[in-house]
Design a protein around this ligand. Structure first.
Ligand code: MN
Length: 477
């Protein structure tokens, strides 16, 4: 058979080697990360394995570490396919490989640890940026394309239909956060467009175009703050009522998808004019328009139709440890799993608003250089970081210093989350350093990004942690 025509030529050789290794296996254990990118990675990989006629089983891990890898090794599979993680744990995985526990095949986009392995598909190894140009689902997609071409499966099933899920994964990993996808991700989009499963359009860059009623769409579009509309329900309603567009049908608000192209154009232009008249700077007005990725085979007006809403739905399943639900939705369940996913998303939104209310009610403690709160068992450790970030600017919470939040994980451990702002980062704040150094000083560990990071510390060390963190932030700012 001719060489597989993968969409990212630099990854051709690695994709082929991985595909060939998988095709030699009797059966495969697929292990993937639990988040929107990990779930779509698993969906892409498992569909490809299924179509290639390879028996497999799927497992999910929140975190891949020595313990979870040892658990995987005990499963008695000769071949393990890791998606959306594995590169960062390559040192541990390579030890198992050398011990003869299993042969690893890795499709990931995270920074590889210092070790070698033969079947390793990672954009970073070929000079492609894994943070902005390719997600775990993208790497799994490139592998899926190679599997299709090399397995002898019906060539009409070339796996290009899976590009839609790969794009959901990339969007879920925030790779379109500046308004559109770039680089290798664009090649994957092109594949999906050609296969008829994706459509990309320039559109209003706000979240919820498929599902939110128009006033809510505008009110909650907080990426670009527009005075008189953002977080202002009455303002959003009167803005819409003043337009020469019928925004209601049978007394109920329409959604963005219910408008005609001309009506959308009218609303978008009026919004830009309104923003200009309220003094929103030009560079922010540019961000009001972006690329929308539409999944053409999904029903109009559902979360699944829009890559960004789809990834949010998947994240809601992941946060409440229902990877099974998220995976089933990715694989086409539009019955009970889809209903359950929507319910998890509703619960998630309620938990967030209750969490912010809790912070407003109980307040934060202000140190010299940071503010903090300890939610004990009142807020789930999986969402305390989001709540900390969202509460900045709420009643009694400053946006001028970083915020640190604690939540009890169990009797022995406390989860710590740190959140900053763009302006604080440009003044020197790096929360990944703060979280790592302060947690290590009290016998824990942590890390992350400059603007958002986390750690786990022994229970009871919260105040000692704050002393260290406050000093480090003081040194940075
Ligand atoms: Mn990822």
């Amino acid at each position: 058979m001719a060489l597989a025509d993968v969409p990212v030529p630099k990854l051709q050789a690695r994709a082929e080697a991985c595909a060939e290794r998988l095709l030699q296996a009797d059966r495969v254990l697929l292990a993937s990360h639990i988040d929107a990118d990990g779930l779509t990675s698993a969906a892409v990989a498992s569909t490809a394995l299924e179509r290639a006629g390879l028996p497999f089983e799927t497992v999910f891990e929140k975190q891949l570490d020595a313990d979870s890898i040892a658990g995987i090794a005990e499963r008695d599979y000769d071949t393990v396919l890791f998606t959306d993680f594995g590169s960062g744990q390559l040192d541990i995985i390579a030890d198992h490989e050398q011990a003869g526990d299993f042969i690893p095949v890795i499709a990931d986009h995270h920074q590889p640890a210092d070790a070698e392995t033969e079947f390793h598909l990672n954009p970073l190894l070929e000079g492609i940026d894994g943070a902005s140009e390719m997600s775990g689902a993208g790497a799994a997609y490139v592998l899926a394309r190679a599997l299709a071409a090399n397995s002898g499966q019906d060539e009409r099933l070339d796996n290009r239909d899976l590009a839609a899920l790969a794009v959901v994964g990339a969007v879920g990993d925030m790779q379109a956060s500046d308004g559109e996808l770039h680089g290798a991700n664009e090649d994957i989009v092109a594949d999906g467009v050609e296969a008829g499963v994706l459509e990309e359009t320039k559109d209003l860059a706000v979240y919820g175009k498929q599902t939110r009623p128009l006033p809510k769409l505008l009110e909650f579009a907080s990426d670009v703050r527009i005075p008189g509309i953002t977080n202002d329900e009455r303002g959003a309603v009167s803005f819409l009522d003043d337009l020469d567009v019928e925004c209601r049908a049978d007394g109920a608000w329409k959604r963005w998808v219910d408008l005609t192209d001309d009506e959308r154009q009218t609303v978008a232009s009026a919004l830009v004019q309104h923003a200009v008249s309220r003094g929103v700077p030009a560079f922010k007005i540019d961000r009001l328009v972006g690329t929308t990725y539409v999944l053409r085979e999904e029903e109009v007006g559902t979360e699944l139709r829009d890559a960004s809403e789809f990834s949010t739905l998947l994240n809601a399943t992941a946060r409440y440890e229902r990877a099974d639900v998220g995976l089933a939705v990715c694989l086409g369940d539009r019955g009970s799993a889809y209903d359950r996913a929507k319910e998890l998303l509703r619960n998630h939104r309620r938990n967030l608003s209750e969490g912010i209310e809790w912070v407003e009610e109980h307040g934060v403690t202000t140190e010299d250089h940071l503010q903090w709160f300890d939610s004990g068992e009142e807020i789930r450790e999986t969402i305390v970081g989001i709540i900390a970030g969202m509460s900045m600017g709420a009643d009694g919470v400053s946006r001028d210093m970083p915020i640190v939040a604690f939540a009890r994980k169990n009797d022995e451990e406390t989860k710590v989350s740190g959140r900053g702002t763009g302006p604080l980062v440009s003044q020197g704040l790096d929360l990944s350093v703060v979280m790592r150094e302060a947690s290590q000083a009290v016998g824990g560990d942590g890390g992350g990004h400059d603007v958002a990071a986390g750690a786990t510390i022994p229970a009871g060390e919260e105040e000692a942690f704050i002393d260290h963190a406050d000093r480090i932030v003081g040194e940075q700012l």
